[in-house]
Write a protein that binds this ligand. Sequence first.
Ligand code: NCD
Length: 525
Amino acid sequence: MTKRNGRFKGRSVGVVGDLSLDEQRYLYAKARELKAETAAGGEASRFRIGDPDYSAYLVFLENSTRTRESFRNAALFHRVRATMFDAATSSFAKNESLTDAIKMLVGYAPESCFVIRSKLEGACSWLADYLGPWAERSGYARPSFINAGDGKHEHPTQEFLDEFSFLEQLGWDDGRIHLALLGDLHHGRTVHSKADGLRAFREVVVDLVAPPELAMPEHYAEKMRRNGFEVRTYGSIDEYLASGKAASIWYFTRLQLERMGESVLEKAPALRKAVTFRKDMTDKLPSGTRFYHPLPRDRLAPVIPGFLDDTPLNAWDAQSANGYYTRAALMGMLSGVLGDDFEGEGLAAPAADEEFVLEAPVSNSAKPEYKVGIKPVESGLVIDHIAPGAPVEQIWNRIDKIRRVLGLNVRSSHGVYHTNSGDFKGIVSVPDLLSFGEKDLKRLGAVSPGCTLNLVKDREVVKKYRLGMPPRIYNFDDIACRNELCVSHPSHQEHVETSFSRKKGTDTFVCRWCEREHNYSEIWI
Ligand code: NCD
């Protein structure tokens, strides 16, 4: 049996960014070696887990052919225990939560890897975060979770095989790529994963070709720009070809009818037309153009029609075969059989939280005298500037929320008062408290960003802090992700901790699991 102590052992891949760029490059290098050795008729045993006690669970709660079969064949290559689940035949159909079902499976083998396709966005990241530490506490090796497609979110292993295929076409030169993404860029998870996956190339120009209803969601387009890609958009293939700037790598995607709302579904035939290739377009392609597609193609209305199958444009067949090598190499990495010879940068440590409690000057000119009811506050804490300028009803709600969230069941008073500019604001005074702990400060910043916290001694404000938006908001009963497909959405009853982090320098909060962006007011139930 091959020794397994590579540095990726027990890691999980919920999104492309769960492997650093160098780790992704390592994966491509290993997949390439494995492919070459297999083609040469070699045993490829140095890539093999070869441990009958290692369990690979393939949990496919949405349909799949290629992804499931390439993983199953990869598990066979590795000579490990492989168990298949699908939605129709497993206890997932009996209303059991995903978390419960997977937890039970962890107990059946000393070491496990779960490949999961589910409509629940962020499911693998959640399972890795929750069940990883649980398994270790319970005496099992930390299991690996691999996302095989989660709703409209990501499909990282498809991304790895796509990048591998592009690199292969470009003779392993990762200097520059110019490609077009066409089709359903709105609902297609494979193209969303490209926002990080294309970083495999040092310079990236990406053309987004889709009618507005199927356009790439703005936060992915923005991520692409943030990653330094040049991004251009076109509404149809005709418009794209007319621009004279077409790429020679075209990545088509099928219309994801099963994920569309009714209003878009009604327009599907016309939308499909805009991104379907026609014979008369062939002459307008740059020479050497290759077409890719994650597949499946809709056999009744394919965006890459059958007349192209036996032409040099066909790169999709070879692309799908690469799924086997990249997935086998990834399983090798996460099981620890590969990874000893990795040199490069691993994942960056999470950035330190941004400061959100700022000391503010105590002004001498305006000296407010705070009151508890009709009595002035001799000493204690006063929360001031609560929702200034907001409608009075909202200020009262905010006051109520502060009292509830901080559990202010002590002697105190509160009220709605005039600000200097004639609007209204809320004030809560708590004379018996002289400080809040770090956790309560975070909670206060979260429920009432912009408020001030005044420390009063001998009726004078001696210290004043302004609370900004905290860098993370989690662990409140009354927050929830708005994305109904998110694994943390209350409707799924998975009991996932809701958690948001703020995008640096903005008031946008990103769900830790499905990565949906929210503005501040949207995260509160
Ligand atoms: C893709 C998927 O499931 O996201 N297919 C795949 O994994 N090969 C794309 C699709 O379903 O259109």
